[in-house]
Design a protein around this ligand. Structure first.
Ligand SMILES: Cc1ncc(COP(=O)(O)O)c(C=O)c1O
Length: 297
């Protein structure tokens, strides 16, 4: 079944302070961010009416824009409010929430300083990112590398940085894989096209140092959940040659949640009790069955 196109749906999108009919939320062709890749965005998920770690996502959005040299004209708390209103307006309880900020059309050319900054929040129902995820996904290795910090603003969740993710993901899909694992510019294991990665050996979890990767909110949640449940977590440089020497593997992200991996380009893993345990702990966290990530007030 082909899903209805995203521009052609019922409902409302919050845009620059107001709710606008879904089909009318348009930007002009000569919008700076469309041409130069400078939109920044978030992907939040709501579970049973609550957006998990909402303020952390909103703060990261504000910071992503700052890294690109602009200020979103809303505080993180105002963005939280816009997200909550958008969710309430949609009537959905379990949803994906997408705040996005961008430079407008006042200036065309690489320079950007006179552009107005816009913010919108849309939300929609989005089930599992990977079909049949508990079976484990299969990853190929992309030829695209996560870039060096002096060649990209790598800590910003900036639209432009997804160009290589789309190339990697589309090629993976076209060649029969679920997703692609990317190495970094130094040749170390880095991440998937929209999720971080963990490897398991006994009661140890190993995950790449995220010095040049997005500061993942799910990655952070998983580290805290694993440590609270007796696992030792090692954030370190992981070489591709090590990948064959782990028992289990899983990827994590707001969209992907916790998804077991059963193959990386010929290396096979059997999703087992650690994957199952971490899926369960994350499910408890996002559904508010444990307090660890609940906002303090
Ligand atoms: C490239 C990339 N890596 C990792 C992640 C996971 O980040 P988070 O857990 O904050 O959603 C995402 C999703 O935003 C992503 O796009």
């Amino acid at each position: 079944m082909i899903e209805k196109a995203y521009h052609d749906r019922d409902g409302h999108i919050w845009m620059d302070g107001d709710f606008i009919e879904w089909r009318d939320t348009k930007v002009h062709l000569l919008t700076h961010s469309l041409h130069y890749g400078s939109a920044v965005f978030e992907g939040d998920r709501a579970y049973n009416g609550e957006i998990f770690r909402l303020n952390d996502h909103s703060k990261r959005l504000v910071n992503s824009a700052k890294i690109l040299g602009y200020e979103i004209p809303y505080t993180a708390e105002q963005i939280d409010e816009a997200c909550r209103k958008t969710l309430a307006n949609s009537g959905l309880k379990d949803a994906y929430v997408r705040p996005v900020a961008w430079r407008g059309s006042e200036m065309m050319g690489v320079a950007s300083k006179n552009n107005q900054i816009h913010l919108a929040v849309a939300c929609w129902h989005w089930g599992s990112y990977f079909a049949d995820k508990m079976k484990g996904i299969r990853l190929c290795i992309s030829e695209w590398k996560r870039p060096a910090p002096d060649t990209s603003p790598c800590k910003s969740k900036a639209a432009g940085l997804y160009m290589i993710c789309t190339l990697a993901k589309d090629k993976a899909a076209a060649t029969g894989w679920d997703d692609a694992l990317m190495f970094d510019y130094r040749g170390r294991v880095a991440e998937c096209t929209g999720a971080h990665i963990f490897f398991v050996r006994g009661d140890e979890l190993h995950t790449p140092t995220n010095d040049i990767l997005l500061d993942g909110i799910t990655h952070d949640s998983l580290i805290k959940l694993a440590e609270a449940n007796g696992f030792k977590v090692f954030k370190r440089d992981i070489l591709p040659s090590e990948m064959a020497h782990f028992d289990e593997c899983f990827v994590v992200g707001t969209a992907a949640e916790v998804t077991p991996v059963r193959e990386i380009d010929g290396i096979h893993y059997k999703p087992g009790k650690v994957c199952e345990a971490m899926v369960g702990h994350y499910d408890d966290a996002v559904n508010g069955r444990i307090d660890m990530f609940k906002p303090s007030s």
